[in-house]
Design a protein around this ligand. Structure first.
Ligand code: XMP
Ligand code: MG
Length: 183
């Protein structure tokens, strides 16, 4: 796939995953999840804000009954580097004890965010707890965590679009881009 750069003020966006590639991969993930959870209900736990677009697409392709919950964890400020601090800003609405739970996250980078969330949710004794991430960076892993479902691996650089932001911008873009500063 060729990335057509799109220049906006001092930043440059380079296409990484088109909306067609995203939709095809989401369909594959949903088919796999539907097979794995066949005959069972599922609680999807979306991590706000970044995962809401992916979760919305994924859930509409699932062939099993789902309930949707959201949590909000802050591990990044407004820049592009991790603060190393994870804070639970918004908790689940309902108890997940005894339920099959699937965390849905936009991105796995150092693993700090998901490692912390998995520990916190595991303590609530769900029947099962799995992780689905759309993008996996792999290169900066600090907390070893193997996601059960992954959209795309080997993602490099800071990315935006499809719900993922840079300083709250670009979430609305239907495709996924790498963002770089132009000086
Ligand atoms: P960690 O390091 O905790 O990072 O695994 C995962 C969280 O950080 C966010 N993240 C990004 N957000 N563009 C973003 O907008 C990126 O390139 C990026 N890398 C990591 C992500 O939302 C996730 O919650
Ligand atoms: Mg996030």
């Amino acid at each position: 796939m060729t990335g057509k750069p799109c220049v906006q003020t001092d930043t440059q966006l380079t296409l990484l995953f088109s909306r067609e590639a995203i939709a095809a991969r989401v369909r594959e993930l949903a088919a796999q999840i539907s097979r794995d959870y066949a005959g069972r209900g599922l609680v999807l736990v979306g991590v706000l804000k970044g995962a809401f677009v992916f979760l919305a697409d994924l859930m509409r392709q699932l062939q099993v009954p789902v309930e949707v919950e959201f949590v909000r964890l802050a591990s990044y400020g407004k820049g592009t580097t991790s603060t190393g601090h994870v804070r639970l800003i918004q908790d689940l609405e309902h108890d997940i004890a005894g339920r099959d739970v699937l965390i849905v996250e936009d991105m796995l980078d150092t693993g700090l965010t998901l490692h912390s969330l998995v520990q916190q949710l595991r303590a609530r004794q769900p029947a099962s707890l799995k992780v689905c991430v759309f993008l996996h960076k792999e290169t900066r892993t600090l907390h070893p965590l193997s996601p059960d479902y992954v959209g795309f691996t080997g993602v490099e650089g800071f990315v935006v679009g499809y719900g993922i932001d840079y300083a709250e911008q670009y979430r609305h873009l239907p495709d996924i881009y790498r963002i770089t500063q132009v000086t």
